[in-house]
Design a protein around this ligand. Structure first.
Ligand code: IMP
Length: 181
């Protein structure tokens, strides 16, 4: 069985990637050591830099996942700053920023970076379009899941298995898997 080392401290991301890739015969192992996150407007260079840095540091092939929630009415905010905003504001205050907004469109994006030592990194992007809910709903998933609505249900209201069929992460991992094959 092929194995991939996933450098992430986020257990939600790890659990999802593990389940998605297990279905394709790949075992995902977690390394929580982390990597420096450079400041960029797009997620791709952040994931590429992180994967390259971690593969050199660990001297092993690694994957990383840089993700973000892009809210249309907020001109794409929090985007690459999603982790910072989640920590400082959380879902309730993010919903406050959306008070009075009728345009609820949002895009969830996940960029998988993969790198082997001495090589350049490859990136694989997945997105899913949805809506920002008016209140938190559901206790499943992690992070912004309770406020991100996809076809009437928030990701927080879905079982992992359902979310994993349609999520940004699933779409990025599908591309990564095709490339690996
Ligand atoms: P980063 O990828 O570590 O920079 O963090 C992205 C931020 O978005 C973190 O706050 C994550 O918890 C959040 N996030 C990433 N993917 C998801 C997801 O699938 N559902 C909900 N929140 C997510």
């Amino acid at each position: 069985m092929r194995k991939v080392l996933f450098v992430t401290g986020n257990n939600g991301k790890f659990r999802e990637a593990k389940d998605i890739l297990a279905n394709k015969g790949i075992e995902v192992l977690q390394e929580t050591g982390g990597y420096p996150e450079i400041q960029e407007d797009d997620l791709e260079p952040i994931a590429a830099y992180g994967a390259k840095w971690a593969s050199e540091e660990l001297k092993m092939p690694v994957m990383v996942d840089d993700s973000g929630l892009f809210i249309w009415a907020l001109n794409g905010f929090p985007g690459p700053y999603s982790a910072f905003v989640e920590e400082r504001l959380g879902n309730q205050k993010t919903l406050k920023l959306m008070e009075g907004e009728s345009n609820r469109r949002a895009t969830f994006k996940s960029v998988i970076g993969y790198c082997e030592p001495g090589e350049e990194a490859f990136v694989f992007t997945g997105t899913v379009e949805g809506q920002i809910a008016y209140e938190e709903r559901g206790t499943g998933g992690f992070g912004y899941d309770p406020i991100f609505e996809y076809q009437g249900q928030t990701f927080g209201e879905m079982e992992d298995e359902e979310k994993n069929k349609v999520s940004h992460r699933r779409r990025a991992l599908d591309k990564f898997f095709e490339w690996l094959e």
